[in-house]
Design a protein around this ligand. Sequence first.
Ligand code: FAD
Ligand code: EUG
Length: 602
Amino acid sequence: MTSKPVPPTPLLSEKHNGIPTRLFDKAQETKSGILNIATKSESERTKVALPQGINQTTFRVAIAELCDRLGEEHVEFVTKLDDGWYMENPNTHDGMHISDDSDFVASVVVYPGSTEEVQTVVQWANAYRIPISPISIGRNYGYGGAAPRVRGAVVLDLGRRMNRILDINPDDCTCLVEPGVTYFALYEEIQARGFQHLWIDVPDIGGGSVLGNALDRGVGYTPYGDHWMMHCGMEVVLPTGEVIRTGMGALPGNNSWQLFPYGFGPTADGIFSQSNMGVVTKMGFGLMPNPGDHESYLYTFPKDKDLSQLIDIIRPLRIAMILENVAQLRHVSMQVGLEGKPRSSYYKGKGRIPDSFIHEAAQNLSHGDCSWLYYGMSYGPKEIRQYKLDIIHKEFMKIPGARRIDPASLPADDYFWVRDRIASGVPDIEELRWVNWHPNGGHIAFSPVSPVRGNDATALWDIARKRCDEYDLDFFPTFVVGLREMHLIVEIVFNRDDPVMRNNARACLRGMIDDAAQRGYGEYRTHLAFMDQIAGTYNWNNGALLKFNEKIKDCLDPNGIMAPGKSGIWPARYRGRGWEMSASDESSEGKGVNPNPGTVRL
Ligand code: FAD
Ligand code: EUG
């Protein structure tokens, strides 16, 4: 295939969300791979999507006022929908839309430049009862991207103007960041300041927001992989416009804001995570000290059926931290996907691609054919590593046909070294390659949590496979092993320009969510379209938790302006009007809003 030349990806030195120079060539190659098989073009919008409950005239007046207060250069109407690609992501809608691209769409995007300006926008939204939806970078791919749940909401793109690294403390090993700081940016800055003794923890691709990813409780792959756990201290603008600092940040002049997360009294942080209770404007994190030396290892296991035994081997080793990092146990289909070639180059038939085609393709990979790959890392001096590595080797080799891949046998551009970088806090972009499995590739993730137990892993694997068979979809599963639990991440790639495949992907995910809930499994995170469904599965004691969340919501956000519907939490103004999405009602909209919302006047 000859590649068309593509315009350059913006650099980090030019844009807050750009690519570091060291990864520019790789970004260009990835972009060209995506654009080469793309057929979908951007769509023009002649009409701005108005939020329900406001007429065109009032909306125009409201936006004119917003322009006055913030400067009109910081307010943009949404007039076209360009899906772009990961590095040049839209802030207007979901760049990997699972329904029509104009479904979860914003009316206007606004760029506040400070906490005070965020307060201004929030007060403005209350005055006009216009829904607003905060994003930090908007690369929440697989989970809705930058899109608001409610059509016509005003997206607050915080990242463009609030992207300062406020502090990196080399002694305490902490940092304090604004929403627009990406993993790429934080990593490069730590290097530039000469703080090589500090590591960050990065997800598979480094273009996300350190703050935004942690708010959605995302994961990375060093021992600090649970991003929410590693956060410490927040500054939040509440839905009525007040600002609070959590933890030690509430005590003026205190110097432990990034050191002790709890402060005094109830800890408020939790209600701002995966929520619609506030706009987070600052967040602190603990940084891992560089352990001096580290070593990646890769084991392969021959059969799908090895999963159960392997997971039972992993559990005690992981809880004891012999397995030290949040590692990935990847299915070989993931590795075939990483070749970056479309599915059609392996198989042109209908239905889920037969296993034999995946295994045949896998024979050409550096590690050869297998079913499962465990990419892990050991940290610290050789003698300390060796003690753990010997135990791991002995345990993993109990599985017949298990192989340890010798890293020395792998070329410098092998994916092994990407995982080696990621598990040592160096952000990369390679993981994007499997999204090219279909032209106009989009993806959604089924992300259930379970114990690290063989029978649970097998149950979830069976659910995913059965539903993918039913809906003619391929699936890319990876287990992300936390400390006492694991997330299974099943990526489903679809063609964004193929409504049938999109609908199948949606129905497939709905099926998996129901099947999982029936057996007692719940998801750790989800796409906008499934939030109502999943909130509905966490329904112990007559939905007591959702009722509690609604009570907090009504109290903090009486006018229901902040990200209505996020995580299935609908404010009073929307409740009982059919806004919830489900298999029988895939419309993201309801029947209007209550014209007389909260009693609190602002
Ligand atoms: P944003 O989109 O900015 O924020 C995420 C959500 O948090 C928003 O939708 C919003 O609801 C809320 N939010 C954001 N900012 C604020 C704020 N200031 N106040 C209140 N609410 C806010 N994810 C992982 O965690 N681990 C992975 O390993 C991983 N691998 C991926 C691999 C591929 C190939 C792809 C395509 C995606 C992957 N993702 C992964 C998913 C996703 O890309 C990342 O989680 C990404 O970091 C999320 O986007 P973001 O950081 O730009 O967050
Ligand atoms: C991954 C992807 C996720 C996530 C956690 C991990 C990694 C995939 C798209 O969402 O939530 C290989």
